[in-house]
Design a protein around this ligand. Structure first.
Ligand code: HAM
Length: 422
């Protein structure tokens, strides 16, 4: 039998218990703030029919062309591991006719996404997002609400060196008029573009503005900005978003290159970047997608949302943002009479909601105390045969090293009070 070790898939990471404290802090802040801003949790499947993503994200995007994990189901139907969750949330919104009870619905989700990208720091093939989607409000106030939530979430976690970048892609008519302007600018410069961008000239010229290849950056340096070609209505929307951000104290910079890698956006797009992340500097991003519900067979419904890459948040999370570990009580029961009393006490403490541990291998007090030290216990409950005979324990405070005798029956109550466990 082959017993060689089996290794993880490239770009797919285990999250080990040591890192979990960071994830608890991140997910805790996400849930708390989402609720405070009125978003309810939704869980959509991690795989869907492939057509859902092709129709929403766009057939000529990098995600759909190159990055999806797609496979035939046993009956031959093509399925895809979700590369993002907006498409699935919109599908669920339409499928369950959620607009019927109220077209205004606000959802949040946390979960894994899958993209076959080249792995590097901050870029994985399975990664996690916290995202929100707000349906039913065309007003720029809804854009501001989600952008402010994104900003407050990242700020609550004290992430360093953040910038909110904002752009407007206009409506469909603005974009198609701008495409002509952009193409007439790019055509004489076509030979300076990378192969990918030359192809984009016919498929998706706006994406050329977002290309990271230095030659393409140089060639598009003086490209006309879409925001200079907005209709009066789109311009008003954009300015109201910027006004809203200013009035709530969220600083931003305009970035006319922010076209995003997904085709469903209309009007506002935004991205929060950090100077501490290297090449993959986008922490979270989103925008308005007013046509998507209708494109999936629902009623015309304006919508806006964002998603944050949680691995990137974890990479930047300062120690100071981590919650303190719950204090641990270690029960050191030993000897023929002490050990069984210790086991009962351990269970009593746990039933009170006190984090408690022992070491079933250790038989001597010395070995037990060594393990208590290793685990960083706040208190040790010592109970040998002598103590058991008197119906007592010794309670040792590991920080002050003070020790006191307590009745066995008083241990869990005393510790619950000291550790403020209700
Ligand atoms: P996105 O820009 O594709 O947007 O992804 C959002 C965030 O997910 C990125 O800013 C990044 O932090 C993280 N991310 C993306 N790809 C990877 C990767 N391969 N490894 C690690 N992190 C990654 C969306 O997904 C849209 N659904 C956002 C949205 C929601 N727009 C409207 N509503």
């Amino acid at each position: 039998m082959d017993k060689s070790p089996i290794r993880n898939i490239k770009g797919v990471k285990d999250i080990l218990p040591d890192e979990m404290l960071r994830w608890e802090a991140i997910e805790g802040a996400a849930r708390r703030l989402a609720r405070v801003y009125g978003f309810a949790e939704i869980r959509v499947p991690i795989f869907e029919v492939t057509e859902l993503f092709a129709r929403t994200i766009g057939a000529t995007t990098d995600i759909v062309e190159k990055e999806m994990y797609t496979f035939p189901d046993r009956d031959g139907k093509l399925l895809t591991l979700r590369p993002e969750a907006t498409a699935g949330v919109v599908r669920a919104y339409v499928e369950h006719n959620l607009a019927a009870s109220s077209p205004l619905q606000k959802f949040y989700y946390i979960g894994p996404m899958f993209r076959h990208e080249r792995p590097q720091a901050g870029r994985l093939r399975q990664f996690h997002q916290f995202g929100v989607e707000s349906f039913g409000i065309a007003s720029p106030r809804a854009d501001v609400e989600v952008m402010v939530l994104l900003w407050r979430f990242l700020s609550a976690l004290r992430l360093p060196d953040l910038t909110m970048e904002v752009n407007s892609l206009g409506d469909a008519a603005d974009r198609s008029a701008y495409k002509a302007v952009l193409l007439s600018f790019l055509t004489p410069r076509e030979t300076q573009l990378c192969g990918n961008c030359r192809r984009r000239m016919t498929t998706n010229p706006l994406r050329i503005l977002d290309c990271k290849v230095p030659e393409c950056r140089a060639a598009t340096k003086d490209a006309p900005a879409l925001t200079d070609h907005l209709s009066p209505v789109s311009r008003r929307h954009f300015e109201d978003v910027l006004d809203g951000l200013r009035s709530l104290g969220v600083a931003y910079v305009l970035n006319s290159r922010l076209v995003r890698g997904l085709d469903y956006y209309t009007l506002t797009t935004f991205e929060v970047t950090s100077g501490r992340l290297g090449a993959q500097n986008a922490v979270g991003a989103g925008g308005r997608y007013d046509g998507l519900v209708e494109a999936l067979g629902g009623p015309p419904t304006p919508a806006v949302g964002f998603a944050v890459g949680l691995e990137r948040v974890s990479l930047m999370l300062p120690e100071a943002a981590l919650p303190p570990r719950a204090p641990l009580v270690f029960v050191a029961g030993f000897g023929l009479e002490g050990a069984p009393v210790g086991r009962i006490l351990l269970e009593e403490l746990r039933m009170r909601g006190i984090c408690s541990e022992t070491d079933y291998r250790a038989t001597s007090l010395k070995a037990l105390l060594r393990q208590a030290d290793r685990l960083g216990a706040a208190y040790v409950v010592i109970i040998g045969d002598d103590e058991a005979g008197k119906g007592e324990v010794l309670l040792r405070n590991m920080q002050t090293k003070e020790q006191e005798a307590l009745r066995v029956s008083a241990v869990s109550g005393t510790l619950a009070t000291r550790l403020q466990i209700r």
